[in-house]
Design a protein around this ligand. Sequence first.
Ligand code: MOS
Length: 688
Amino acid sequence: MTVTGTPVARLEGRDKVTGAARYAAEYRDVGGEPAHAAIVGAAVPAGRVLDVDRASALTLPGVLAVLWHGNAPTIGSAGDGELQVLQSDVVAYRGQIVAVVVAETSEQATYAASVLDVTYESRQCDNELREHHPGIYAPEQVNAGFDTDVVTGEPERRFEESAVCVDVRYTTPPEHNAPMEPHASIAAWSEDGSTLTVWDSTQAPSGVAGDLADLFGVDSDAVRVIARHVGGGFGSKGSTRPNAVVAAMASSVVGRPVSFPVPRRSTFDFVGYRTPTIQRVRLSADANGSMTALLHDSLQQTSTVMEYVEQTSEGSRHVYDIDDVSTTHRAVALDVGTPRWMRAPGEAPGMFALECAVDELAHALGTDPVELRLRNEPSVDPADGHPYSSRTVRAVFEEGARRFGWSGRDPRPAVRREGRTLVGTGVAMATYPAMTSPSTARATVRDDGTVDVSVAASDIGTGARTVLAQIAADALEVALDRVHIHVGDSALPTAPGAGGSSGTSSWGWAVTKACRALRSDGDLSPGATATADTTDDLEERAALARQAFGAHFAEVHVDVDTGEVRVTRMLGVFSVGRVLNPRLARSQLLGGMVFGIGMALMEEGIVDRRHGGFLNADLAEYHLPVDADVADIEAIWVEEHDDDLNPMGSKGIGEIGIVGSPAAIANAVFHACGVRVRDLPITLDTLI
Ligand code: MOS
């Protein structure tokens, strides 16, 4: 009997529901009474800041300081242009931080910022992603270091010569991460200015500490970042964000702690968002349904602040058994905030296009879409020929089809009517890489024989803390209540962030290694301690393709009068290695699938073409699925044993739930009413 594999409830669940859990902006014992920061976001679409009327603002009640590029402390670089807060007069996009007001209270800071007189030189902006834009270029590489273009065989020629061809264009809009807890930071410098403590809402305490050290010119161990509880991030807190820089800079100026909770409005401005994409997919097959060629070209936006180019076409390199494949990425730098990671960056928009195109191909062939996918299953990774550590695609589709009641489905669109609705079903594949990064961890025995296990992981609501305690208990061969798990603090052993669905794998490996070392040293005697670093373990791994998979099935009802789409049933079946905590895993997978409902039907950042910025300012104007939008939804998994991944045998589960789920819904909408909507979100006006 192991502790992993059991549905342990979140260890901090009681603290969260009783309000005892502290989130970044809630800390009060921060080495003095904190002052409060508020920012002014640029009111012009692009241009320069000419002046800020500091004098008037400084006469307002409680105002302690007014910062702009003319008086802000000079900071170093952490390789991210968005962190160069107040370092120049350039306004790259509407909403970018152009001034910071620090005051005694939050209300005083907010009021002073709201009336602060900023003089700009404005220029016309170009913030529209469009084909044939003159600024389109091929970047050196795309996000996460993937290749910009990969071509194998002769895809153009094979495509032209194929019996059945689909040549389609899909677009996805900007999307916002919208965590329940907006970004927030409290920063406090020591009196002599040598050390900095930041309470930050982040997915990566070690990463933020390192970046702030670089920016403020101190040793990395002089910065401590505390993030014990984080109310979601979805990638938008995966790297250091400007809020941490604002708080740290303001604290250095006023000589006391400064709190900066980012207003919801600003979370649409400067913390990152998912790039819009324009994608062309060409997919062909012979008359038997063997895929012959795939060409996936994607265009995405970046900013003038720094380059971020999403790896939209990357996923298409790994899915089907096709010899002749071309995948390309292009970008254009617009007058916009820099796009950034959002749950399954690359795969989420890219697999939407690919998996809709597969459905269109199945329709053109007259082949069942499940059957078409299984007919084109590769035996090795199509991108590089590496064997898979495990690839359990057949089982997820077969199990899903059986549970969902797929067999006997009439493929004809728009023929099932129930009262005022048309009913349809759709399917799509999910896949996401099973990544692992080097981590460290430490285990130390207390006098009472219980064990402190420490790693600078971040629990962003996923239950990471709980699953790490379970992993530690098994490695120590003790009961769960003998383990004290410590995460969410950069003072703990250095760890990678919660991102890329790699947290549990990365941290859990280090925790296992430290705990096993302690165990093998003897009898867990008080004071015994062991530390672990998995850098070498990761370097020694075989060259295998490591990937999680899944199959999404969706049923929709489309109202024939209004065009309203309701997702009445959704089933995700996943192969994710060993499931370490079924309760937490189900929650992660369902959360991803619900994200998929949002992506398919609701979420859309609306750009103001003339004045710049996003018009959505809150969750009333940026629609997310709520409980009422989620009917019969279930996530399950098939048995998968994979000894190669990490000592736990687990694959990441944070992102795969969103990959493919919007395509399953879009494919179901086509099956229901016969309308192919290739531009997300699928709103009711597109169906009537
Ligand atoms: Mo995720 S977008 O890698 O936090």
